[in-house]
Design a protein around this ligand. Structure first.
Ligand SMILES: N[C@@H](CCC(=O)N[C@@H](CS)C(=O)NCC(=O)O)C(=O)O
Length: 209
């Protein structure tokens, strides 16, 4: 059994979706970020940066793993799914691009545009433009390939999709990005994605473009 320490955020949803996709038995332990539970000393032992998601794999000597990209790689390797060896170099590039660029930049856009509008014209403009650029870059990639790392759905898509699933907060106009929309809608139909999306709130519906 895998224990998933998480919250209902895009980074949290990456792992619930992956666990649903590979059909592993898991239980969710909620970390209430609003109550600052991520700073509890017990949690810091498994999450040195005080962030969700983290997993403990009780089928593997209680191994704990932090950082969503590292968790996806671990689960991909263990299950032999969505992380094929032949295509690993491509998958790693798109996964690292998500971890180092797509997630952190769109996360800043959420901070300035969604949570704190009107507080910093510079911040709002900067991250709006970067998010728009990310939409364009992903759209261009998906014009050429069915999925981010090529012809198959992989952990790179699983890492990126939950960020685009916040498109209503972005105000970039997902529907205008035809290839990104095609990819987004196709992944939205996967039963594991629907289940993983609702892992903390069964009333949630995936927002369509
Ligand atoms: N690079 C980390 C980022 C994780 C992250 O930013 N988690 C946020 C929620 S989405 C968090 O735990 N924030 C609490 C905090 O920073 O205090 C990963 O991908 O796992």
């Amino acid at each position: 059994m895998i224990e998933l320490f998480s919250a209902d955020t895009p980074n949290g949803k990456k792992i619930s979706i992956m666990l649903e996709e590979i059909g592993y038995d898991y239980k969710v332990t909620k970390v209430d970020l609003g109550k600052k539970e991520q700073f509890n000393p017990e949690f810091k032992k498994i999450s040195p940066f005080s962030k969700i998601p983290v997993i403990i794999d009780h089928n593997n000597n209680g191994e704990s793993i932090f950082e969503s990209g590292a968790i996806l790689m671990y689960l991909g390797e263990r299950s032999n799914k969505f992380y094929d060896k032949e295509n690993r170099l491509k998958i790693n590039q798109w996964l690292m691009g998500q971890m180092g660029y797509v997630g952190p930049m769109i996360g800043q856009h959420h901070q300035f545009h969604h949570y704190n509008p009107g507080k910093s014209e510079f911040g709002e403009k900067r991250y709006f433009e970067i998010t728009k650029r990310i939409y364009e870059e992903l759209d261009e990639r998906l014009r050429q390939f069915k999925f981010l790392a090529g012809e198959n759905y992989t952990i790179a898509d699983i890492a990126t999709w939950p960020w685009i699933a916040r498109h209503e907060w972005h105000d970039i106009g997902l529907a205008n990005f035809h290839h990104l929309s095609r990819w987004y809608v196709e992944i939205s139909k996967r039963p594991a994605v629907v289940k993983g999306f609702k892992f903390m709130d069964s009333s949630l519906e995936i927002p369509l473009p």
